[in-house]
Design a protein around this ligand. Structure first.
Ligand code: KIV
Ligand code: ZN
Length: 514
């Protein structure tokens, strides 16, 4: 039978403890509304006692956000518990979450309390909270570094005092998955009244183990997971909601557990939290990173185009992340390139495809990211390529503040290759004059337009030229990351079109630069 795990979201409380991630009340309400749409069971809206802003956020969310249980954190102190209730009391479904440390490290060095004093305080504050509301959660802070027998005594006492959820906190992200799931099993065996409470887990990510520890705990019997959107939180953060939820959904066969989360809302929620907190999501972050559904390897792309299951364990649309993203780059295969062009509406011949593919590979060596606009430029150039009377083999241009611009151009013309060096008023002029002398053509350059495609200093530059011959205009296009090379390509493209036109007319091409 599949168990339903309670998802307790603490983005607005522990998540806000990420350095630099503080949010104002309006922003918290906005996120809380989205968390409700996402379908979380509990929203920890803040720590009411900690500041007037937190109090107001808890109050407003409790009053305005419907669906989830709204919770406030409270230290095991009367003032904290009372303030939490003050903030929550207008809401329909509310919870007070109180906590105290149970590890000797914390009790001795930080709180200066004996174990007995801490236990008494925990019981007293759970009872105080129960005086206000039935739904009370207790967390033994630093549980994973606490002595197990004492931890179990505290849990038994707080459950007897009325705690409905006991939250086992790996406060400093110290536990390993084996240890943590073993601890959850031990609690079930050693706490006599444990069946009266839900076992929750709260894992920090200091060793990158927060998701693994949370899942291990679920497998061992935990019924609630505390987590945050994008895994934000104190220091290295908390278990990421999206990872826990999608692991349970994708591997239901292993965990026999699922959640009530509307997973299609995950990407949107992630973007909202990232935008509001200013904490960007690393591209390779599981589930919500920009690359989570992007495939660059040619072998993977080939497999995906045949059957998605080959390299995709989740569908991107299941987390609201749109479509699988085939990234064209230096590792891509011809098959993926062709599929992408077809998606863009191009049906190149095999020869055009081969030539465009070769250019894509060269471009991928020069440029970090290939955009759709780059592909369109390459393919339209290849599909619009006339019979080539002249082909650029190499180009070298020297120019600068102290140098007369000089171009060395090598062209393939039919069977032979010709090379020449020429000067000009600028690098483009030098290249054009040298090409004109090599091709022995005469034309007037009527227009020259250059534009960057897709942004960035490594962008592909596209040059469009119009040359005139006998009162007729011919347009040529060229693209390259090097603007002078793009200019040479554009000029040769126009010359080739003029040559093809002249050949059709049965005459000799008569173009040349004036
Ligand atoms: O990490 C922690 O121990 C906490 C508690 C308040 C649950 O955030
Ligand atoms: Zn925490």
């Amino acid at each position: 039978m599949t168990r339903t795990i309670t998802i307790f979201d603490t983005t607005l409380r522990d998540g806000e403890q990420s350095p630099g991630a503080s949010m104002n009340v309006e922003e918290k309400v906005l996120i809380a509304r989205q968390l409700a749409r996402l379908g979380v069971d509990v929203i920890e809206a803040g720590f009411a006692f900690s500041s007037p802003g937190d109090f107001e956020a808890v109050r407003r969310i409790a009053n305005e956000v419907e669906g989830p249980v709204i919770c406030s954190l409270a230290r095991a102190k009367p003032g904290d518990v009372d303030r939490a209730w003050e903030a929550l009391k207008g809401g329909h479904k509310v919870r007070i979450h109180t906590f105290i440390s149970t590890s000797d490290i914390h009790l001795t060095h930080q709180f200066r309390l004996t174990r007995a004093e801490a236990l008494a305080r925990a019981v007293e504050m759970v009872e105080r909270a129960r005086g206000y509301v039935d739904d009370v959660e207790f967390s033994p802070m630093d549980a994973t570094r606490s002595e197990e027998t004492y931890l179990c005594e505290v849990l038994e006492a707080v459950i007897a005092a009325g705690a409905r959820t006991v939250n086992i906190a790996d406060t400093v992200g110290y536990a390993t998955p084996q240890e943590f799931s073993q601890l959850i099993r031990a609690i079930q065996q050693r706490v006599p009244n444990i069946a009266r409470a839900v076992i929750s887990v709260h894992c920090h990510n200091d060793l990158g183990l927060s998701t693994a520890n949370s899942l291990g705990a679920v497998a061992a019997g935990a019924g609630q997971v505390e987590c945050t959107i994008n895994g934000i939180g104190e220091r290295a953060g908390n278990a990421a909601l999206e990872e826990v939820v999608m692991a349970l959904r994708t591997r239901k066969d292993v965990f026999a557990a699922d959640t009530r989360i509307a997973t299609e809302e995950i990407a949107k929620t992630s973007r909202l939290v990232s935008r509001i907190t200013g904490m960007s999501v690393q591209p390779n972050k599981a589930i919500v990173g920009a690359n989570a559904f992007a495939h660059e390897s040619g072998i993977h792309q080939d497999g995906l185009l045949k059957e998605k299951m080959t390299y995709e364990i989740m569908r991107p649309d299941s987390v609201g992340a749109g479509k699988t993203h085939i990234v064209l780059g230096k590792h891509s295969g011809r098959h993926a390139f062709k599929a992408k062009l077809e998606e863009l509406g191009y049906r190149p011949t095999e020869v055009e495809l081969d030539q465009a593919f070769e250019r894509l590979k060269r471009l991928a060596d020069q440029k970090k990211e290939i955009f759709e606009e780059d592909l369109e430029t390459i393919i339209t150039e290849e599909m619009d390529r006339p019979e080539e009377a002249y082909r650029l083999v190499s180009l070298h241009v020297e120019s600068g503040t102290e140098t007369t611009p000089t171009a060395t151009v090598e062209l393939a013309m039919g069977e032979k290759t010709v090379k020449a060096v020429g000067k000009g008023d600028g690098p483009v002029d030098a290249a054009y004059r040298t090409i004109a002398s090599l091709t022995q053509t005469k034309s007037r350059l009527a227009s020259y337009v250059v534009k960057g495609i897709a942004g960035g200093t490594d962008a592909l530059g596209e040059v469009t030229v119009t040359i005139e011959e006998d009162g007729k205009s011919v347009m040529g296009h060229g693209a390259d990351t090097d603007i002078i090379t793009a200019s040479a390509r554009a000029y040769l493209n126009a010359l080739n079109k003029a040559a093809a036109r002249a050949a059709k007319r049965g005459g000799e091409p008569k173009v040349g630069l004036i």
